[in-house]
Design a protein around this ligand. Structure first.
Ligand code: NAG
Length: 252
């Protein structure tokens, strides 16, 4: 990455930095590759030299040559731009350095995706006066961009929805939470639709209303009664069979 000629320029700047009082000067060189398109057609290579926080001289591949930003920088740029071998090298860096590395980084990081784990649950039951609140959560997805939509009978709901931003977990993954306030209606299907780069199709999770506690008790009592009834009936049947098999039928 550092051709010898460039390195020597680097050293000249470094030496000039230390001719002043030696109490903390900072000389740095930053090579940057800036792009946003996936075919790298907008790739820009920037090679900048800084003294403390000040940009001294910079090569910008769009400009195609060095530009000085201080008096020393202007003189340095002038000298560097006359160096045809160096210029050739710097102009080739967009392909050799930037595009090459971008390919590596993109396949290792940018193009990776991870499907979210989605769940829909009720966080507040309706009490007749206030609506119920449902929560749709998507966990552990990558990358950050995601779209969460509530559906009522497969039709998107726009009102009574509040959503958090995508929250970073700190481990590259993200999570997001969306609330829906809604008044339950029988026969109405509520679903949460998640669109994300990890899936070509939208991911849809239907809300399955949990049965309320009082309903659960009724079902439990009913089921116990049914089981008890079956046991009694079976016992009766066995008893009847035993009795009838012990009886001898005497023909008249
Ligand atoms: C590089 O040069 C182009 C054209 O002058 C300019 O639009 C762009 O902002 C420059 N990039 C940087 C990081 O300075």
């Amino acid at each position: 990455m550092s051709p010898p000629k460039l390195l020597s320029v680097h050293l000249i700047i470094l030496l000039s930095a230390f001719t002043g009082p030696a109490n903390g000067y900072y000389n740095s060189r930053w090579a940057e590759c800036i792009y946003s398109s996936s075919d790298y057609s907008d790739m820009v290579y920037i090679d900048g030299y800084y003294f403390n926080k000040y940009l001294v001289v910079q090569f910008n591949s769009t400009v195609g040559e060095y530009v000085g930003f201080t008096e020393l920088g202007v003189r340095t740029a002038e000298a560097l731009n006359k160096n045809t071998a160096l210029m050739q090298q710097e102009r080739a860096e967009v392909d050799r350095f930037c595009k090459h590395n971008a390919q590596g980084f993109d396949s290792a990081v940018r193009d990776k995706t991870e499907k979210p784990n989605i769940n829909v649950r009720s966080v507040k039951e309706s009490d007749g006066k206030h609506p119920a609140v449902l929560l749709c959560s998507a966990y552990r997805f990558y990358p950050q961009r995601i779209k969460v939509t509530w559906l009522k009978n497969n039709v998107p709901v726009t009102s009574d929805v509040t959503s958090t931003d995508e929250m970073p977990n700190g481990d590259w993954y993200y999570q997001i939470h969306s609330h829906l306030e809604y008044t339950p209606k029988s026969g109405e299907k509520i679903s949460c639709m998640v669109e994300h780069a990890s899936s070509t199709k939208p991911m849809i999770v239907d809300w399955e209303p949990a049965i309320a506690q009082s309903e659960r008790n009724k079902i439990a009592i009913g089921a116990s009664g049914l089981v008890l009834g079956i046991i009694i009936a079976a016992a009766g049947l066995i008893y009847y069979k035993k009795k009838s098999s012990g009886r001898i039928l005497v023909p008249h």
